[in-house]
Design a binder for this molecule. Sequence first.
Ligand SMILES: Cc1cc2nc3c(=O)[nH]c(=O)nc-3n(C[C@H](O)[C@H](O)[C@H](O)COP(=O)(O)OP(=O)(O)OC[C@H]3O[C@@H](n4cnc5c(N)ncnc54)[C@H](O)[C@@H]3O)c2cc1C
Length: 479
Amino acid sequence: MSESKNLPRRGFLRHSLGSAAGLSALGAHVVSAEEDQKAAPDQFQEPARSLPLADDADVIVCGAGPAGIAAALSAARAGAKTRLFEVHGCLGGVWTAGLLTYIFDFDKPGITREIIDILDSRGARRSENKSRFVYEPEEMKILLEELCAEAGVEVQLFTRVTAAFQEKGRLTTIVTESKAGRQAWRAPVFIDATGDGDLGALANCEWEIGQSIDCPCQPMTMNALAVVKDAKALGKYISFNGTDAFTGEGGHLTAVEAFKGELERAGIEASYGHPTIFHVRDDLVMLMLNHEYGIKPWDAAAITEATMRSRAEVFKIMRALRKLGGPWEGLQIAATAEQIGVRDGRRISGRYKVTREDLIEGARHEDAVTRATFGVDIHAPSKEANAKEPIGRAETKAKPYDIPLRALIAKDVDGLMMAGRCISGDFVAHASYRVTGNAVAMGEAAGAVAAIAAQSKRLPHEIDWSEGAALLEKTRRQG
Ligand SMILES: Cc1cc2nc3c(=O)[nH]c(=O)nc-3n(C[C@H](O)[C@H](O)[C@H](O)COP(=O)(O)OP(=O)(O)OC[C@H]3O[C@@H](n4cnc5c(N)ncnc54)[C@H](O)[C@@H]3O)c2cc1C
């Protein structure tokens, strides 16, 4: 999409000699605005300054959601010096900062198995099913920190990637912002796991979003944890109690309809047409109740409004239900998500684009990094659509299909890979592959290929997937 071309580009970066660890406060070596060129009246010409530069990583991963974590673990385990940047104060992305609590398409070899085993050993997973289950978000936070520490991943939280610089068509340097100020980082290979494709966009890659740039796109949702007096008393309103979520027989949709009846009794209509309660543990549940339409993930003002509106809606619903008494007596919000859940972000153009046709045909590829089995799941893009059909399938009956390594390699700039929901695909395919089991598998593959590329002084597109697969075979733990 051409809008990426309008992103501000800083034409230069002056490198200082300081090491990253030795950075001091913000804004060393600032040039005064008066010294710089005059900008247009509604623009501020940012003065040039030197930044401290760290040039010691083999692989830099941006974003620590399910995809970024897996990418960083797999690169570090392959012996690559790996840095991981995350803007929030915890690892896990939508799993933790987003309070998701539910996982799809997870029954795959590798890091997915490890996570299942650790959750099970801590009693933090519900369901016999290894593909879809409830997990506890705080347990997820701590286990991801432990895995990263053990693998030697250099993690920096509270750090946002804000600029990217190329040399001769190759991404060489990124800039981050944090309480440590602006810092520059070099590496031979970068992985964009920001979900929203921030790094790819900053590197001037072509990208798409939703059904078009004007964003008929999937809505955002603010998840919340709540405590109840007795979760068993709410049993018939709780989804995903062991039955299949999307067949519509019993299970999920029956629970949703029963819950909607209670909301009606309380005089409330949730903005999400399939309001859902998940049982996390004991008397802790997760509420997924709202939809925010047409919000672009890079529009900070719109996201702020959507976040506040969502939180207000969650509390309004909680208070109305509590007034009903009975099983709702004592219902309390325990936490609202740090980050409103973003379903649709940028999809960075790669050397292959996963499409709706791939799903219909059940595409097979020699460089398949994983096989996705989750169906198409399109939350209504508007209030009107939500009233008719809260979740659509775009008339697509998906067969299990392969995601090739090429969809994880940027086409417009060398040295950049993607993993998770920002890989190269179309709107309908994204509505299937974006779930977290696939994000982990893609991350794991990207991390391995990035490590091989960095260590052998090649570019990701010069690596044959058989090398990546062989490396994973060697470094994977048996689950
Ligand atoms: C409301 C909702 C419900 C969903 N339901 C399910 C479900 O039931 N099961 C399921 O498996 N999937 C579900 N999904 C889909 C799934 O959660 C996502 O597609 C998945 O999170 C993809 O993982 P990711 O790592 O690509 O992205 P994310 O989880 O979004 O992780 C991206 C990370 O990058 C960080 N980041 C972003 N920008 C920057 C930057 N510039 N600098 C540094 N860090 C940055 C973010 O803070 C975040 O931690 C749901 C999604 C939403 C929003």
